[in-house]
Design a protein around this ligand. Sequence first.
Ligand SMILES: [Fe+2]
Ligand SMILES: [Fe+2]
Length: 265
Amino acid sequence: MRAAWVTDIHLNFLNAAQVQDFCAALCVESLDIVLVGGDIAEADTVEWYLKTMAADIRRPIYFVLGNHDFYQGSIPTVRKVMDDLCRAENRLTYLSQCGCVKLTDTTGLVGHDGWGDGRLGDYANSTVRLNDHRLIRELSGLDRDELLARLNRLGGEAADHLRGVLLQALDAHERVILLTHVPPFVEACWHEGKTSDDNWAPFFTCKAVGDVLLEIMSKRQDRQLTVLCGHCHGAGRAWLLPNLEVLTGRAEYGAPEIQTVIEIG
Ligand SMILES: [Fe+2]
Ligand SMILES: [Fe+2]
C-alpha cells in the first residue's frame, strides 16, 4: 500500500483548474490512499473541497482539520458537518471522530486535529496575535486568561482522543501512523529552517498531545510511531525517541504539494 501525505493545502487560495490539477496528481495508479493533515480551506468551504477531492481522487481520503478550517465559523459546527459528510461519503474519514483504522496487518492509522494549546513557550509574554483568535467563534472576544483556558482545553481534547486510539492501535499493529495538524513538540515545529521560539511556540505546538506520545511510546519500545504534522509550514524531521519520529510538512499558500509517499508494509 502507498499513501500520499499532504498538509496545509489551503485549497481556497487556488482557482478551479489548479484544484483539478492538484487532485489529478493524487489520482494516479501508484497511490492507494491519501492522508490530509488539515488547513484544507475555511469553515464555509471545507466541506465542498473535501467532496471535490473525494470525487476527483477516487481513493480513500483520511483527514484531520487545521485552525484555518474553522475560520469564519465555529469548531463544534464544522466538526458536526464533517461527521455528516463522512457518513454520506464513504471515501472520506475524519480521524478526529473515529478509532484506529487498520491499513494493513502491520500498520494502523490514528489522528486528531490537535491545537496550539498555549502550554509551551512563553504565553504570558508572547506578542503573537493569531487570526484564529478573531475568526473562530469560540476563540474570539476572550481576554488572555480565558483564551489560554480555551486553548488548553482544545489541546486536552486532542490528547484524550489520541491516548485512547493510540493504545488501541499499538495493541494490534507493529507500526502506527498518527496524522495531526499541530506539531506536538517544539523540536518538530519548523519554520524557515528553525524551530519555534518562545514567542510562537504557545500557538504552534500541542504539548498535551506530545506528553501523551512520549509517555506511551517510552513504554512500547517494541512498536514504532510516525507522526505526520504541519501548521507551521516548514519541513523537518525530529526523533523524540528511538521509536517516535515526527515529520513536519512544508507549505506555501497557492502551491499545495505532496510531502512524501509512504510505503506501508
Ligand atoms: Fe497552514
Ligand atoms: Fe494551521
